[in-house]
Design a protein around this ligand. Structure first.
Ligand code: PRP
Length: 193
């Protein structure tokens, strides 16, 4: 157990091996991305689209650092099963509420790993003929990438390790850590299912 982190952040941090990016480092980067978006999309009334659930934290902080009018919407996707996920079988379980035809769409992701989820979503959104469609991701894991696409705004490249916090989960836990941390291997090695 990481006693130092537990004392600072409470029981939620007990299973964290090491802090990868502090809350301050994340916030600084989010401010920079928000400023870049505010500059690039001035006068374009973009629609920011997030994919639930992990993006919640990034989306909320990013929005607070964007100084131009924007609108937001969300989708939710689910892979059919852990076994088929790597083959790119994804289905939409919650669609957008707004039409995106002729609109400037900025797609917001918390993490890109294989790229399969994003590939499915981008294909789906592109078919609706937005004026533009760009990607903004906070955490990029390039090592397992199966499909490449341009990323317009990127927060951090991550090493190939199991990380949680700031929206990222393991079995739905740890999302509410304010920093990004690596998980003690014993946590995911000893648990079943
Ligand atoms: C994460 C993330 C992406 C996907 C990226 O979602 O939000 O949707 O994984 O992985 P990929 O590049 O390998 O496809 P997750 O399935 O963990 O759902 P969550 O946001 O609800 O935690």
């Amino acid at each position: 157990m990481n006693e130092t982190l537990r004392k600072t952040y409470g029981p939620i941090a007990s299973d964290i091996q090491q802090v990868v990016f502090t809350s301050d480092e994340i916030q600084q980067r989010v401010i920079q991305i928000g400023q870049a978006i505010s500059r690039d999309y001035l006068g374009r009334n973009p629609l920011l689209v997030g994919v639930l659930k992990g993006v919640l934290f990034f989306m909320a902080d990013l929005l607070r650092n964007i100084s131009i009018p924007v609108e937001i919407d969300f989708i939710a996707v689910s892979s059919y099963s852990p076994e088929t996920r790597d083959q790119g079988y994804v289905r939409m379980v919650k669609d957008l509420e707004m039409p995106i035809f002729n609109r400037h769409i900025l797609f917001i992701e918390d993490v890109i790993d294989t790229g399969l989820t994003l590939n499915y979503i981008l294909q789906n959104l592109r078919a609706r003929q937005p004026s533009s469609l760009e990607v903004c991701v906070l955490f990029n894991k390039p090592e397992h990438r199966l499909i490449e696409f341009p990323i317009k705004y990127k927060g951090f490249d991550l090493p190939d390790q199991f990380v949680v916090g700031y929206g990222l989960d393991y079995k739905e836990k740890y999302r509410n850590l304010p920093f990004l941390g690596s998980l003690q291997p014993s946590v995911f090695q000893n648990q079943k299912g």
